[in-house]
Ligand binder design. Structure first.
Ligand code: TYD
Length: 139
């Protein structure tokens, strides 16, 4: 499958009014395709830092830069795509078994991550050769 069909860029509704903005992300197929089991956020990462550099055997993710900007490079072993997260209403859905890097964090970047799974270090693939092997791209 083409990488742009594997990921999804989702624009969330804004329930804001004269008091300010309000964005809601509901799981279970309402706004994103999975039930939300875990939430974490990354901030204070330097612009030269590269985070991620792994694939997940099980977890699906939804990334939102609720403040600032960052870039995400996704790679399916055949092709890659770079997505800039640059507004609080924009979400990037990443299914399991895609390699991903997050980088180019702005000083005010707060990258919110929603996940379909609780944390389990064993479902992380942190070696790219191993990733290619598991998706059948290399023996
Ligand atoms: P890491 O996977 O390196 O973060 P990222 O890929 O976003 O750069 O995680 C850093 C540390 O935090 C590592 O020791 C594992 C731990 N961690 C948890 O305990 N639970 C979690 O949900 C996450 C994402 C990380």
């Amino acid at each position: 499958m083409k990488i742009e069909e594997q990921i999804k860029i989702i624009e969330f509704a804004d329930f804001g009014d004269e008091r300010g903005n309000l964005v809601v992300i509901e799981g279970d197929g309402m706004d994103i395709p999975f039930d939300i089991k875990r939430v974490f956020y990354i901030y204070g990462s330097d612009s030269e830092v590269v985070r991620g550099s792994h694939a997940n055997r099980e977890s699906e993710f939804l990334l939102v830069n609720v403040s600032g900007t960052s870039k995400v490079r996704v790679d399916n072993g055949s092709e890659e795509m770079i997505v800039e997260l640059n507004r609080p209403r924009m979400g990037l859905y990443i299914p399991s078994m895609l390699w991903k890097d997050m980088y180019d964090f702005s000083a005010d970047s707060v990258l919110l991550v929603l996940s379909s799974r609780h944390y389990d270090g064993n479902e992380y693939i942190r070696d790219y050769e191993e990733y290619l092997k598991e998706i059948g791209k290399q023996d």
